[in-house]
Write a protein that binds this ligand. Sequence first.
Ligand code: KG4
Ligand code: ZN
Length: 352
Amino acid sequence: MSVVQIWQSKMEALRGKASVRILALESSCDETAAAVVENGREILSSVIFSQVDTHALYGGVVPEIASRAHVDACDRVIDQALKEADMTLSDVDALAVTYGPGLVGALLTGVSCMKGISFATGLPLVPVNHIEGHVSANYLTTPTLTPPYVCLVASGGHSHLVRVDDYGVYTLLGQTVDDAAGEAFDKGARALGLAYPGGPLLSKLAEGGNDAYLKLPHPNPEGRYDYSFSGLKTAFINACHKLEQKGEPLPRADLAASYQKAIVDSLCEKAVLALKNSGLNTLCLAGGVSANRLLRAQMSELSKREHFTLCMPELILCTDNAAMIGSAAYFRLQRGEIADLALNAMPSLALL
Ligand code: KG4
Ligand code: ZN
C-alpha cells in the first residue's frame, strides 16, 4: 500500500470515532511547542519551549538562530508532549503542523519534522494556518463556543477583525493598514529601553502609571473597522526622544501607561463597533496581545456595559502554543483537509 492509501484508510477509520486525538507542532517564530488535543476542545498535554532569552540578546528574533533552535527542540517537545499525555505515537489519530504565516526557516523545520512522522507512521497530517490557531485557542478555553462570532486577532504580526462564520470560514471586517498592535507594543517598549518582546514588559511598567500623562493621536484610518498604529507609535517614540534630549529623566511608567491606553482604546473601539454592526453577540480575543491585562479588563467592562458575550483564551493560550494548532486541526480534519507530501512552508499565508 502507498502512503497515500494508508492515509486514506486511516481517515476512513476516523469517521464516526468518538475521540480523535491530534499531536500538533508549532514552530512559526521563536517558540517550539507540541501538544496533544482531543476533539479540538480538550488539552491532554501542552509543552512550550521558548527561545526568547536567546533572541532577547539581539533585541528581536534572529531567523537563522530560531531555525537552528527549532531543529534541536522539535523531537524533545514532541516526546515530552506524548509523555505528559501518557501516550505513544500509536495512540495518536492524526498530526497537525503550522505551515504559515511566519519565518520561512522556522516553519520549514516544523513542516519537515511532521511530514517525516506522517510518512513513517501513516498518520494523516493537517496543515494549519497560525492565525486560525490563535482564533481556535478560544475553543480550548470556552468549550461551548461555536461560530458565528467576531474575533479580534492581535499578535506581533497581525491586527485583524474577522467574522468567523463557521469553523475555518472567515469574513474580513478590518485589519491594520500599517503596524500590528504587538509590533507597536514592542517598538514602544524599545523606546523605553525594555527588552524583547516588549509588550508584556511595557504592560508591567504601565502599572501605577498615569495614562493621561501623554496625549497621543487617535488613529482614524479610512476603513470603518481598520486599525492604524504607525502614527501613534511614531508620536510616542518622538515624545520619548524629546524628553531624552532635554536631559530629563523619563517618566517611564506614565509614558508606558499613556501608550498602552492609546493602543487598547483603539483595539476596543473598532472591535466593539464591528461586533455591534455584525448583528452577532459574541466577541473573541486572540493572539499575543490578548494577554494584555488592560485590554482584557477594558473589554470585560465593555461586554457588561454593551451586553455581549466575551471569550478570551487563558493567558498561556494567548501567545504561541501548539494546543491551539491541535484545536484548529480537528475542525479541518472533520472536513477531510489533509496534506500530501508536497506540503511546504508558506511564510506569507493569509487567513482569508
Ligand atoms: O501571538 P504571538 O505570541 O506571536 C505572533 O504570532 O506574533 O504575539 C506576540 C506579540 C508580541 O508583539 C508581544 O509583545 C505581544 O504579543 N504581547 C503583549 C503581551 N503579551 C504578548 N502585548 C501587550 N501586552 C502583553 N501582556
Ligand atoms: Zn502567534
